[in-house]
Design a binder for this molecule. Structure first.
Ligand SMILES: Nc1nc2c(ncn2[C@@H]2O[C@H](COP(=O)(O)OP(=O)(O)OP(=O)(O)O)[C@@H](O)[C@H]2O)c(=O)[nH]1
Ligand SMILES: [Mg+2]
Length: 397
């Protein structure tokens, strides 16, 4: 699952972390070479560096560095920025003033979140470009990609609002937090919501043709059964020939009751009957299937609107397949605009290398991905847990 994306993310963290380590070892070397400079890493002032005009910054910092070079025995308090600048001063002095470095001194000083280490801004930019390319190639939505990049940069150079435990790797932590921010949008406790809702809880499933709506309903019937909740299946797909038989087969396999009407009848009436059945028989959950449709199918979208009006379901879940990538993201946006959804189920994650839909859908719709379909069996349904997903993507689990 998501192996292609995983590779790209790990290549980014490894490459970028190498540069951090390179900078760190520069520091160690400098210390070992007998510099009398005392390093104070605690009171780092990134802004001083970033907010200066380039010329002003270069001059001011150059002066400071020169003063270090001119009196080597002098002890003074310096932060990492000064240390990195000192290296510049040294290297430029060695090449007899030749401008071997086309980046400004200001650019070279980039502090990471701990305030203990430095990454060259040019290197960081190159790494972020690599990350951007990797995300876009994995079908992550453009705006979501930008949000992730901004998040990584902010987490690296600024105060990080940490919500996840540290992995001890600065770049990886910055990326984990940024990914978590976009994929955890809108999350709520599904089980708790179901537990607290008045019974029967009515859940309607929508989405385009063939993405796995009916299969997901069967999986959720199993999911609820495993948690001690009973369910009834309602076949609101009165459009497609054979839909009744397909849902009936699942109902038989799972030993569930199915409510269906003949093809062409009103889906709202089928679901209404299922709700009545559930009330009369103390069934906890009604799972209502619907026909596959595009958000542009007016007649079918009207049916959804009627279900909303007549039944007022507790939740409408949008189902799409992870393998559809960018298309799934666009459809989620369109469905959410046309008939508000409460969350999404992303099926066929087992066959998805890219992960773009899994990363993007919540951020684009503001609604959470609640489940991942991970195969064709009834138990192949996993709660979408943002923290587990970032750990999976970054190889921590
Ligand atoms: N590998 C894999 N296959 C899945 C998953 N979910 C569904 N499928 C398969 O996808 C195919 C279509 O599933 P359906 O449940 O019939 O899809 P649907 O959205 O109800 O289709 P329509 O009713 O025609 O719109 C079936 O062959 C399922 O077995 C999943 O998570 N992983
Ligand atoms: Mg179906």
């Amino acid at each position: 699952m998501f192996d292609g994306l995983k590779k790209k993310l790990n290549s980014f963290t490894e490459d970028a972390e190498e540069d951090v380590e390179a900078d760190l070892s520069d520091e160690v070397e400098a210390e070992e070479s007998g510099d009398d400079v005392e390093i104070e890493t605690n009171d780092v002032e990134t802004n001083d560096v970033d907010e200066r005009e380039p010329d002003e910054g270069v001059e001011a910092e150059w002066d400071e560095s020169e003063s270090v070079a001119s009196d080597e025995s002098e002890q003074f308090e310096s932060d990492t920025v000064d240390k990195s600048l000192e290296h510049d001063a040294d290297s430029e002095a060695e090449t007899d003033g030749e401008d071997t470095n086309d980046r400004s001194l200001r650019e070279r000083a980039k502090l990471l979140a701990t305030g203990k280490t430095v990454i060259d801004e040019g290197d960081l930019k190159a790494h972020l470009e690599e990350l951007e390319f990797g995300l876009l190639a994995s079908d992550v939505e453009l705006e979501v990609t930008e949000e992730i990049l901004e998040g990584v940069e902010e987490n690296l150079v600024g105060e990080t609002r940490r919500r996840l435990s540290s992995t001890g790797n600065l770049v990886r932590d910055a990326l984990r937090e940024a990914l978590y921010d976009v994929i955890s949008v809108g999350q709520f406790d599904f089980e708790q919501r179901v537990a607290e809702a008045e019974k029967p809880v009515v859940i309607i499933f929508t989405g385009v043709n063939g993405v796995g709506k009916t299969t997901s309903i069967a999986k959720l019937a199993q999911y609820f059964e495993d948690r001690g909740l009973s369910s009834v299946l309602a076949n609101g797909d009165t459009f497609r020939a054979g839909a009744n038989e397909q849902l009936e087969e699942h109902a038989d396999n799972l030993d569930k009751r199915i409510i269906s009407h003949e093809q062409g009848s009103d889906p709202a009436a089928v679901i209404y009957d299922a709700v009545e059945y559930a009330k009369a028989n103390d069934v906890d959950v009604v799972l209502g299937d619907t026909a596959g449709r595009l958000h542009t199918n007016e007649g079918l979208m009207d049916q959804l609107e009627k279900i909303d009006r007549v039944i007022d379901p507790d939740m409408t879940l949008f189902v799409d397949e992870a393998v559809a990538g960018q298309d799934a993201v666009n459809r989620a946006r369109e469905f959410n605009n046309a008939a508000e959804i409460d969350g999404a189920i992303l099926t066929k994650a087992d066959a998805d290398q890219q992960g773009g839909a899994a990363i993007s859908i919540s951020s684009v719709t503001g609604k959470p991905i609640l489940f991942l379909g991970t195969g064709q069996g009834y138990h192949d349904l996993e709660r979408f847990d943002p923290e587990q997903i970032v750990d999976l993507l970054l190889g921590d689990s």
